[in-house]
Design a protein around this ligand. Sequence first.
Ligand SMILES: [Fe+2]
Length: 545
Amino acid sequence: MNVSFNSSPVLLTDEQMRQYIVDGYIMLEPVVPDELHETIRRKLADVLEVGSNPGNNVLPRVPEMRHILNSPEVRGALISTLGEGYIEHPHRYCHHIAPVTDPDPEPEVKLAANCHQDSYTPLGRPRQHYSRFARIMYYPQDTPIELGPTHAIPGTQFHKTLTDEDRAQAIPMVGKAGTVSLTHFDVGHAAGVNLLNQPRDMIKFIYVRGSEPTAPSWDCQKLQWQNPAAIETPHNLELVWSHMWDWLCGKRDRYGSFRNNGIQSTKNRLSQYITTLGRDRDLTDRLRATYNLAGLGSDAAEAIPTLIAMLENDHQAARVAAIYTLGAIGEPAVAPLMDSLDAAGRREDAHPVPEPWNEGAISMEDAAHALTAIGQPAVPALTEALESPSEWVRINASFALGELDSHAASAVPKLTERLSVDSHRVVRTATDALGSIRQNIQTFIPHISHLLTDDRADWYEEERRGWTIQDQVRMNAAMAFTRLGKDAAGAEEVLFHALDDPCGHVGAFAMDALRRLDSPAARQAVMAYLEAQRWDESITADRQF
Ligand SMILES: [Fe+2]
């Protein structure tokens, strides 16, 4: 089979990126030899027939799938959405649907029930609006609607929960053998319903952004946001989409595109805009009113209490629009949003564990997302909140600072302090934040190193699916080092030891961190690790040599 590694990645076009931002997914057709898919399909069937689902080991069991993942089209799409130096997550899974002899009489009902947003693995991580986590899904066989293709629910990557309206919007991602979809990790989706007497396999892979965007990483011809020609998501969230686009372009001001698109609003209609936000009004009018308010910037400060009241529980499109309108209003919204965060902290401190802290996926406060959208002016207040008596406030402040990437450089010393004194929930969030911010690196390297070496007996506890808190803490630590590239040199020794961590995810990220560190010793350690793990698939019970 002739598969080349030398071809350049095929980067996404502006229009494909617009679709990804708006709908949360795009479809790809990697150009690989046709017979590759049949080889993969057959080997996968053999693997599933002889034993249990190989879980994360599905790639080493069917290593030919690396040609799909390394194809110019898939590499190019991952670079476009997650930046150069994207990270391959060790979690993968083959979603197998068995052949059906007695087809479901109500497939629409089953499909609606199947709709969900994925959990993170091993334990929970925050859902994110920016393009930081993505999922590749690959079919090794022709997958028409009757075979139960995965469905995507456009635009739900910003949603806190999936509503019945969302479930009714699921769109089948059909395609011939070799079809690949790239989805924002948090987009709602569902396994389709297989009506045929044949198996359906879909293999899922997870990828993570390595560093904040500083320039477009796709084939960008136009820096100004415009809506794509075809939109599947039902509500116009141009304010949100243009913000995501400007972030992906690496612009320091993430409302530049929105303002340049010339929203017409006048200050003397401010009270009318605020009235139109009312929940009894038509959703399209309400969204239009948020844009009018966002167009006024800080002159719309009077709308802040109404917008804050829309957070969390309003229609999903309205709450997302409110978040980014507060972001556009900017500095005057910082103190009211911090008050809102404090109120959430008092509410959650009444519980032994903050209720939104779910070890599948964690939904941070909308106020934290709004503070992130505000940008630099929110950094001092968020930094101060790292010393709040409320754990939930400290978690949200750590998250929001991480979402601000290098804008939050001044918060590094305070975030670093949390690593040795705080709960595992704050430690995990702050570790992620430090890996995103990537500034004043030498300040935190020793502290994150300690997370990989020190034992804390209270972190031995098993949380979910056989995973302990310590597993997740160490995985976040190793992942942060992966993001540092050559700047992780101070952690080299610790990373050598982390290769043998009993948790496989930790070893995988440590290996990737060492690969990126790229010193002679690191290269040698990585090669020795991989050589020792090399699997000879020609060995069988009958032929052991
Ligand atoms: Fe899923």
